[in-house]
Design a protein around this ligand. Structure first.
Ligand code: ADP
Length: 316
């Protein structure tokens, strides 16, 4: 709390971060405004006690108010600049992701044609089959990242369309877990799933909830240590369906807990440079669940592991 307060006074760093000059930086200008307000009060007291004339007092107060208004308008312009930069960043992400989608989809389509026309294992040397598999895997990772970035841009611009449909969350969880079995096996990680055998129907956008599931399960695998276990659970609690995924991996230190759902945040740990990711999976999960009337939370301790949960209202 105190550290956050002190952080507000690091104007130069903050202004540089926003790309603003000192006299456009809201943090600095707020301090100036506060100092002027204090000086104004002291000045008014001094003037009115020295010169009994009402005219002088009114003049000095008017002058101070004008000063505060000038500084206030600079603060507004600074805030507007920051907001504009944010809009431009979102548009930039959206344009770049759109542009990347077509070539990446073309690579995927061509790879599928190659594979369906002739089995690479039959007509290519072993080494080249491995290269082809690597190309395919990297392409899928890129496509997933680009489609997440596009969804983030759509959500930020308020343009994301959410379908409303009743579906069985248990089936979706089973499907998602099945999709990650080979990724887990590559890292010697075992996935256990405990799915309560009761109706687990929810209402929302099935495709988007699948993105949430995929992001949480893949994180549990990505941030697990080798030869560990990942446990996926789904159960009905009161009027809610609660999903959780637990790992015994690298964990998240307490001081970073408040930042974990922020856009582009990646925790500084030994896995940061070893794992793929840009820090949008959890931001996206939170935004999607909020839209579907659900919520997401987690428990984590550094070096001990994490459990990520989400809940959605149950539909009978
Ligand atoms: P990323 O693409 O970096 O995984 P996310 O938004 O999914 O992005 O996660 C943000 C950050 O939260 C990650 O970079 C990682 O530092 C931390 N994190 C997420 N899930 C876990 C987990 N299960 N265990 C440890 N750290 C995690």
């Amino acid at each position: 709390m105190f550290a956050k307060f002190l952080d507000d006074f690091r104007f130069i760093t903050r202004c540089k971060k926003y790309g603003l000059g000192l006299w456009q930086c809201p943090n600095f200008l707020f301090l100036v405004m506060g100092m002027i307000a204090i000086a104004a009060m002291v000045g008014t007291f001094f003037v009115s006690s020295r010169f009994a004339s009402e005219g002088v007092t009114v003049m000095s107060v008017t002058l101070e108010v004008v000063f505060i208004m000038i500084i206030g308008s600079s603060v507004i312009r600074g805030v507007e600049k920051v907001a504009e930069a944010n809009i431009m960043k979102t548009e930039f992400i959206s344009i770049i992701s759109h542009q990347m989608c077509s070539p990446l989809s073309a690579i995927k389509w061509n790879m599928e044609v190659i594979e369906t026309e002739r089995d690479p294992k039959e007509c290519l040397p072993e080494k080249q089959v491995v290269f082809l598999q690597n190309i395919k895997k990297s392409n899928e990772q890129m496509l997933k990242m680009v489609s997440d970035l596009l969804e983030v841009a759509r959500i930020d611009q308020g343009k994301s369309i959410f379908e409303e449909k009743i579906f069985d969350l248990a089936e979706l969880v089973k499907d998602s877990v099945a999709g990650f079995r080979s990724m887990a096996a590559e890292n010697n990680i075992e996935i256990d799933s405990q799915i309560e055998p009761v109706s687990q129907k929810v209402c929302g956008d099935e495709r988007k909830i699948r993105v949430v599931l995929d992001n949480l399960i893949s994180n549990a695998i990505k941030y697990s240590k080798e030869n560990e276990r990942v446990e996926v659970r789904l159960k009905k609690e009161d009027e809610k369906i609660v999903f959780s995924v637990q790992d015994w991996g690298v964990g998240i230190p307490h001081y970073q807990h408040s930042k974990i759902f922020e856009k582009f945040f990646r925790s500084k740990n030994e896995f940061r440079y070893r794992t793929e990711g840009v820090g949008i999976g959890l931001y996206l999960a939170k935004a999607i669940l909020k839209h579907c009337g659900g919520k997401v939370w987690f428990e984590s301790e550094a070096e001990k592991g994490s459990t990520f949960y989400f809940s959605l209202p149950a539909v009978d």
